[in-house]
Design a protein around this ligand. Structure first.
Ligand code: ADP
Length: 468
């Protein structure tokens, strides 16, 4: 049950609201109580001061304590309050209603400073009726005798009112919390409904229908943004899936050619009982060259797969690009000389560089390999290393057949080969993809600077990072 967000939201909502209602009710109750008391106290104070002033007047008129006290209580008519006037010796001079002084032990009220009024709660000795009592000590002319005046009123009606208020709150708070809970449940249900719908839609999307998208009701609200983000993720995933599928299809196509060449060669040789040694040799040469081609394709595929998975760890160290370039050119000269293609180094700046030397050697080798492959005999390849604007530029220019304009934007794609270039000698279309990845993993770039029927120029830019 608690695994449901709807239940959790409703419970939290109800709990917080119940707590708020409870604190609010407690606050209201305390304020009510204080207001009631303050009102009662101000009445008691007013009555007390009325008693003092009338008693003072009566005393000045007839001078007799008990007569003045009796006249005073008679003159005052406050039905809800009892009044008791006591003299300095502690004798009750007058009270109203009669006998109201018996309700409390007024002896305890002695010792109050003259002119002071104190208000206290007392339980009446008779029936336990709670009382609010104002006690005032005064000294009045003409004899300047001491008097204690007690004005009291019962707290029972007030407590009754408070009890009624309390009863209302006791019913209202749980009822309010219950209603809030129901409202919370309804709100949570309503606001989570789109999430539920989205999860059902997402549940139906699989590899076979990756083109489907979640329905976005309002793209500006939070759930709309969530659905849009999810849709973007689906788009990226389906893009990656398509690339993966194409890669698989291209890869199996590329692997099938050398394998079928090997199989055909073997069946031709085996179809006759015995053959001349030369025929066997030729067949083995075909098998060997196809096996080499297969190895290269598999190696390249493996390298790219590792690169995609982010499993390649750069063996970064400090080396000299110029030295690496010279060594690679020397290796390529062997290939080129078989085709009567000349390789020349036209410019060679000093190039201390921090990076993976083996990978960068392969990048240059792939470019040179292509240049040799696509340059006709007696052609020329020019290699240069220059330093410009904080980068090294490696250029490989050839006088080869060039790349058709329509193909130029595709040559860095995996398995892409220009149709006219297809031959047993051409690769699987992975060489430039790998070279580009190597440049990029060194925060550099690789591009076809220009290509015409007179030749092509490839340029790799490598940023000169601070040497560590
Ligand atoms: P491959 O291994 O087939 O050469 P690449 O990825 O290295 O694959 O190159 C992709 C395509 O780009 C090649 O099929 C080729 O047609 C074209 N290409 C690459 N380099 C050159 C070049 N220097 N001159 C002409 N065409 C080239």
């Amino acid at each position: 049950m608690f695994d449901s967000v709807r239940v959790r939201i409703s419970l939290w909502y109800t709990g917080i609201l119940a707590l708020l209602l409870l604190s609010f009710s407690a606050g209201v109750y305390v304020v009510l109580w204080r207001n009631f008391m303050e009102r009662a106290d101000s009445v008691l104070r007013s009555v007390s001061s009325a008693v003092v002033s009338i008693l003072g007047k009566e005393l000045s008129e007839n001078g007799l304590d008990d007569l003045a006290a009796r006249d005073t209580v008679k003159a005052l008519n406050f039905p809800e309050n009892s009044i008791v006037i006591i003299d300095g010796a502690g004798d009750v001079l007058a009270d109203r209603p009669f006998g109201s002084h018996r309700q409390f032990d007024w002896k305890g009220f002695q010792g109050l400073a003259t002119g002071e009024t104190r208000i206290e709660n007392h339980a009446s000795s008779a029936g336990g009726d709670p009382l609010r009592v104002a006690i005032t000590h005064v000294s009045l002319p003409p004899m300047d005798r001491q008097y204690t005046i007690l004005v009291s009123r019962s707290l029972t009606p007030l407590l009754g009112e408070l009890a009624a208020d309390r009863r209302i709150l006791v019913i209202a708070v749980p009822l309010g919390a219950l209603l809030a809970g129901a409202a919370g449940w309804f709100l949570a249900r309503k606001s989570l409904a789109p999430v539920l719908a989205m999860s059902q839609q997402a549940h139906r999307i699989g590899v076979e229908n990756l083109g489907e998208r979640l329905h976005v009701t309002n793209p500006r609200d939070e759930l709309g943004r969530l659905a849009a983000t999810f849709n973007e993720l689906l788009t990226r995933l389906s893009g990656a899936f398509q690339i993966q599928r194409r890669f698989m299809a291209d890869a199996s196509h590329e692997l099938r050619t050398p394998i079928s060449v090997v199989r055909t060669t073997a069946s031709v040789i085996l179809s006759k009982g015995s053959r001349a040694e030369e025929e066997y040799r030729n067949a083995m040469a075909v098998v060997e060259s196809q096996a080499r081609r297969l190895t290269r394709i598999v190696d390249d595929m493996l390298r790219l797969a590792r690169a995609d998975a982010g499993h390649v760890v750069l063996q970064s160290r400090l080396f000299h690009l110029d030295e690496m370039l010279l060594e690679t050119v020397q290796a390529a000269v062997v290939l080129a000389s078989q085709k009567e293609v000349a390789i020349e180094v036209s410019e060679l700046s000093e190039g201390p560089f921090q990076g993976d030397e083996d990978l960068l050697r392969q990048m240059v080798m792939n470019l040179l390999d292509n240049a040799v492959k696509y340059t006709p005999p007696r052609g020329k390849i020019e290699v240069s290393l220059s330093s410009q604007n904080g980068s090294y530029a490696i250029r490989v220019a050839d006088t080869g057949c060039g790349i058709p304009a329509a193909a130029q934007s595709h040559i860095f794609e995996r398995f892409y080969r220009v149709e006219q270039g297809r031959s047993a000698a051409s690769g699987a279309g992975l060489g430039l993809a790998i070279a580009l990845w190597i440049a990029e993993i060194h925060s550099g770039s690789l591009e076809l600077e220009r290509s015409t029927p007179e030749g092509s120029v490839f340029r790799a830019l490598l940023p000169r990072l601070p040497v560590t």
